[in-house]
Design a protein around this ligand. Structure first.
Ligand code: NDP
Length: 276
């Protein structure tokens, strides 16, 4: 079965829209961009459009690469104090000359709708309530939507990034899965993927996961996105695998739409945390 992230995410967005209508104040998502990154522009536009659709205010702050770090730090501190700002994101990647970790960790953890501050990361590690990075959260919600229980299952994640794979590892472990994490230095990747009841690939290497690397009737979640000659591809050889597994996500239309929906969900969660 093909897991329809697009359809499920629009259900989630509709319910968020309804809930937002009844709140005592208007929510505001603020995105900070530093420097010029072509892909970032498209991602920011997507966040703006979704915010508009849901009735969430969108604030965009742009700094040039030449901006002094202290000015950016001061802006973040100002946004933390501003009662009208619900969620703050620093759009990644940030140019190398800046201390990205320092900037991210200045964000108030209750406004950290990307779930990337050390406070939220530590809470996730301890299985405490927190704001969780959007893509990993989207993967979990998609599994839940299709009643896929990971408890006791062999889950293999290909990729070990801080943004996607590591939070996903913690979430799945907290859900009692037996989780294995592979990466570019893993020897004999197939020996791991072959045993996966649930295989999650997040590398950005198109066609990395081939037919002979998967277990029959398993669940395949493809987080990867690569753009080749204007077309989008996932990590998985979808056409040759889709009939051999019980569930599989397409690219596009699988995890991608869930990520944006989870961001909107996190803005609402952040509002609730600030209210408490
Ligand atoms: P990173 O580039 O940070 O991480 C990629 C990971 O893949 C690394 O850990 C790397 O290993 C591993 N890797 C690369 N090649 C191989 C290989 N041949 N075999 C095994 N592992 C390999 O990317 P992100 O985690 O940020 O994103 C992963 C993918 O997901 C990207 O394509 C990105 O565009 C996409 N993405 C999709 C989203 C969505 O909404 N659908 C949202 C966010 C990301 P090593 O650490 O050893 O280098």
């Amino acid at each position: 079965m093909i897991m329809n992230g697009k359809e499920f995410s629009s259900k989630i967005l509709n319910s968020i829209k309804e809930e937002i209508k009844n709140l005592d104040k208007k929510l505001t998502l603020c995105v900070i961009q530093i420097g010029e990154d072509e892909a970032s522009k498209a991602y920011i536009k997507q966040k703006e459009n979704k915010s508009n659709e849901l009735g969430i205010n969108f604030k965009y702050i742009k700094f040039n690469e030449e901006e002094s770090e202290i000015n950016i730090e001061n802006e973040i501190l100002k946004l933390n104090k501003d009662q009208n700002i619900t969620g703050i994101i620093i759009q990644l990647p940030v140019p190398n000359k800046f201390n990205t970790n320092k900037l991210i960790n200045l964000i108030d953890s209750n406004k950290d709708v990307d779930g990337l501050t050390n406070i939220n990361k530590a809470k996730l590690l301890n299985n405490e309530e927190c704001l969780i990075p959007c893509t990993p959260l989207g993967v979990i919600e998609l599994l839940k939507a299709y009643n896929i229980d990971v408890k006791g299952k062999n889950v293999v994640i290909v990729g070990r990034s801080n943004l996607v794979s590591k939070p996903l590892f913690n979430l799945l472990l907290n859900m009692d899965a037996t989780v294995t994490m592979c990466h570019s230095k893993t020897k004999d990747l197939k020996s791991y993927t072959k045993n996966a009841d649930v295989l999650i690939s997040a590398t950005g290497k198109s066609h990395l996961i081939k037919e002979d690397m998967i277990k029959e009737n398993s669940v395949i979640i493809d987080v990867g996105i690569s753009r080749i000659k204007g077309n989008l591809y996932g990590d998985v050889d979808f056409d040759n695998i889709k009939d051999k597994v019980s569930y599989i996500t397409p690219v596009p239309g699988g995890v991608g739409p869930m990520t944006v929906a989870m961001l909107m969900k996190n803005v609402l969660e952040a509002y609730k945390k600030q209210k408490n």
